[in-house]
Write a protein that binds this ligand. Structure first.
Ligand code: UGA
Length: 443
């Protein structure tokens, strides 16, 4: 095999790990994924992806079939196999504080370390509180039988769900935090395909690399909450946030992306990362400087409540015994992920207030049903609208822009649309007799 081909281990095969493993196999490496969840492991070993990510199923199945990608639950096998070990396990919000739970990362490194008895590089990719890498380096040094030959590096991942493969193969930038030249050399070699194609590479220390990731997500969250806060001013002043954001975005220093006003951000990353960032800043004695992120979080929560209030107003002051159709359950389109989904949180609140809420989502019906079993689910956008007094558009799947508006008009009881993502063609809906409200838009 060519000299650049490596034996790579990927520990934790969720969104991040499964994508990273399949993409590394695609780049020509031999890859072993470690997954301790038996159901997820069985699916991956059979070449199946246990979640929705465009293109990943094909890529993974192809490399499992070719033998370049395998999966195991054995750390001993991983230690014997790998030159480089990527740690891709989750760091969810803790149950007892707003901080991140790093126990899975710690357990992964502690389980692997005793099997590292020859030169190896452990590369953290999980999103962690700054300082975690330094403590993991100490764990490696204490538990590895060959501490002088084992290095730790940190290389945060910026992939978005729905674009995971493209973001991995053609990232905006690669960041590597290293504590040795040996680690830097190996990582430069591993990321050569991306860097040779023009991707910027930032080489820095461990703590900076850890911080880049949370700072990036905090900035994105701040941008969204900024425009959402302004959207409320727009409503109060009779202005329009869509025109406003377009105008703002033409300033190259601001840019158009992440300026879409709506029901706010959700998912497994942004909400928990900003909370963990404030929490960590507090532990470091600099909480005040990050306290604005509490506001970012509060503005984001407020958007959900605004939709509930506006819906109640549109239904005449009470939602009891009304029927509400909800389009979208995933936290964003092209995903079946409902973690901290603003759409489902709104649907759940309206249900609790006495409405019959019928939800449709092109991909997240199953995960939504598991998380919110008391809601009603429909198999098509039209079926969700039957006899509805109000239609809420909460996740902007392209499917919903293609629905026949006249047909929706024929099945609903009252022609009312609240577009929580400002993504449907309001003029078209109005032509069909609908009252249309958006977020921060003129009524
Ligand atoms: C986010 C980051 O974008 C990735 O760079 C990062 O790697 C990832 O978290 C992570 O930490 O793993 P993701 O959670 O997949 O990626 O989703 P985004 O595309 O960032 O969307 C987040 C939320 O913001 C969604 O609920 C979306 O609807 C909302 N959003 C996004 C808005 O409300 N307005 C916008 O203009 C953009």
């Amino acid at each position: 095999p060519p000299e650049w081909r490596r034996r790579l281990v990927v520990i934790g095969c969720g969104y991040l790990g499964a994508t990273h493993a399949a993409c590394m196999a695609e780049l020509g490496h031999e890859v072993l994924g470690v997954e301790v969840d038996p159901a997820r492991l069985a699916a991956l070993q059979a070449g199946r992806v246990p979640f929705h990510e465009p293109g990943l199923a094909e890529l993974l199945a192809r490399h499992v079939a070719s033998g370049r990608l395998r999966f195991t639950d054995s750390y001993a096998e991983a230690g014997a196999f790998g030159d480089v070990h990527f740690v891709c396990v989750g760091t969810p919000q803790r149950g007892d504080s707003l901080g991140a739970d790093t126990s899975h990362v710690e357990a992964a490194v502690a389980s692997l370390a005793p099997h590292l008895d020859r030169p190896a590089l452990v590369v953290g990719k999980s999103t962690v509180p700054v300082g975690t890498a330094a403590s993991l380096a100490a764990t490696l040094a204490a538990l590895s039988p060959a501490p002088d030959e084992v290095d730790l590096a940190w290389s945060p991942e910026f992939l978005r769900e729905g674009f995971a493969i493209a973001d991995t193969l053609r990232p905006d930038r690669v960041v590597v935090g290293v504590a040795s030249e040996r680690a830097e050399k190996l990582l430069r070699e591993l990321y050569a395909p991306q860097v040779d194609a023009g991707c910027p590479l930032v080489v820095t220390d461990l703590a900076t690399a850890e911080l880049v990731k949370v700072a990036a997500n905090a900035f994105l969250a701040t941008k969204i909450s900024f425009v959402n806060a302004v959207s409320e001013v727009c409503e109060a002043a009779g202005a329009d946030v869509v025109d406003l954001a377009e105008a703002l975005g033409h300033d190259a220093r601001i840019g158009h992306r992440f300026l879409r006003a709506g029901i706010g951000f959700g998912g497994g990353c942004l909400p928990k990362d900003i909370r963990a960032f404030v929490h960590r800043a507090g532990e470091l004695g600099v909480e005040d400087t990050m306290s604005f992120l509490r506001q970012v979080d509060a503005i984001n929560q407020r958007q959900r409540q605004r939709v509930v209030q506006l819906s109640t107003a549109l239904l005449g002051g009470s939602v009891t015994r009304t029927r509400i159709a909800v389009w979208g359950a995933a936290f964003k389109p092209d995903s079946d992920d409902v973690r901290d989904s603003p759409a489902l949180s709104i649907a759940g609140r309206l249900h609790l207030r006495g409405a019959t809420v019928t939800v449709h989502d092109p991909a997240a019906g199953g995960t939504a049903r598991a998380a919110y079993p008391t809601l009603t689910y429909a198999d098509s956008p039209l079926e969700a609208c039957r006899d509805a007094d109000l239609l809420l558009h909460l996740t902007e799947w392209s499917d919903y822009r293609e629905v026949d508006v006249a047909a929706v008009g024929r099945v609903v009881r009252r022609k009312q649309l609240l577009d929580g993502r400002n993504a449907l063609d309001a003029a078209l809906w109005r032509e069909h007799g609908f009252t249309v409200r958006g977020m921060g838009r003129r009524p």
